[in-house]
Design a protein around this ligand. Structure first.
Ligand code: SF4
Ligand code: SF4
Length: 81
């Protein structure tokens, strides 16, 4: 008797992430985390900011504008595929 395998669950679509952190430039000051109005960023295990809720990002660019080291960028909607 042959058993049919259940179809694999469809992979969840990747979360849209407009935020890039250039870790080589980031000094882990946390300013971007503090200024984000939507709590998108949290400090990762290594101390760098990580976009843990990228789907909540409103692309206000506050993190980018406040970063003293130009270490974080946010893509606008029209710049993403
Ligand atoms: S662009 Fe605005 S909402 Fe998005 S991560 Fe930066 S500060 Fe937060
Ligand atoms: S503000 Fe800039 S340097 Fe400071 S933690 Fe954020 S990305 Fe890093």
């Amino acid at each position: 008797m042959s058993r049919k395998r259940a179809p694999a669950a469809a992979a969840a679509p990747p979360k849209e992430n407009p935020i890039t952190v250039y870790e080589a430039w980031c000094k882990k000051c946390g300013i971007c985390i503090a200024f984000c109005p939507k709590n998108v960023l949290e400090r990762g295990a290594d101390g760098h900011p990580a976009p843990v809720r990228p789907e909540d990002c409103i692309r206000c660019h506050m993190c980018e504008l406040r970063c003293p080291d130009f270490a974080i960028t946010v893509k606008d909607k029209e710049d993403q595929p």
